[in-house]
Design a protein around this ligand. Sequence first.
Ligand code: ADP
Ligand code: MG
Length: 249
Amino acid sequence: MVLLEARGITKRFGGLVANHRVDFYVEEGEIVGLIGPNGAGKTTFFNVLTGFYRPEEGQVFFLGQDITPLPPEKRCELGLVRTFQVVKTFKNMTVLENVMVGAFVRTASPAKARAMAEEVLRFGGLYEKRFMPAASLTIAEKKRLEMLRALATQPKVLLLDEAMAGLNPTETQEAVALVRRLREERGLAIVLVEHVMEVVMPLSDRVVVLAGGKKIAEGPPQQVARDPKVIQAYLGERYARRKGLVGTV
Ligand SMILES: Nc1ncnc2c1ncn2[C@@H]1O[C@H](COP(=O)(O)OP(=O)(O)O)[C@@H](O)[C@H]1O
Ligand SMILES: [Mg+2]
């Protein structure tokens, strides 16, 4: 069953076309990787899916309902939730309070929100740190906290924007394991935006590649990794970066 579907999404910033007629869907229980070089339009597309941006063209459907006009909080109530590329933990609050913010989407009772948050923290391995200020966590723990706060809203589809960027190899493996458990044990469908292909490939059932705002490839990870269009998009980026390093103007 298709849970989330976007049809013909175009999003412009002035003259810049950040997303151009992008079609996308996520089925129940799927892990979909959304990859592409820097500036490809991945975060913009997430913002359109979750209601932070209104597209100039196209529609977004969730559970069969046209949600294009709905604001993010309404989409969250329906079960479509995201994390942010730049972590947005509430620094002056404890780990527990941060997760309770998510739980309040489902209950007005502080006692219930607390119980829900504690359950989620146990699941995600941050229970021991529940009374610590969020500001004291490592980057990896903050990213995990973001995922758990999103989980506390009881989503059906979870969108993770670069949840593994900046993590060391051990932390990356822990984050990958958590994402797998979200699917296996909580039945979530997940969309992973990652800049680094190596992280997404082993985790995804299906990969969608954006470059220059357009979908240039889609399919099983092994097939996409061999696609000349995809290789070219990434090689182009590497080339540009090398030029930058050399400092040519
Ligand atoms: N709020 C904005 N205003 C103007 N241009 C933007 C804005 N957000 C993104 N862009 C531009 O849109 C393009 C896609 O950006 P983004 O979606 O952040 O890419 P990605 O997440 O794939 O790196 C880039 O060229 C970026 O500079
Ligand atoms: Mg981005």
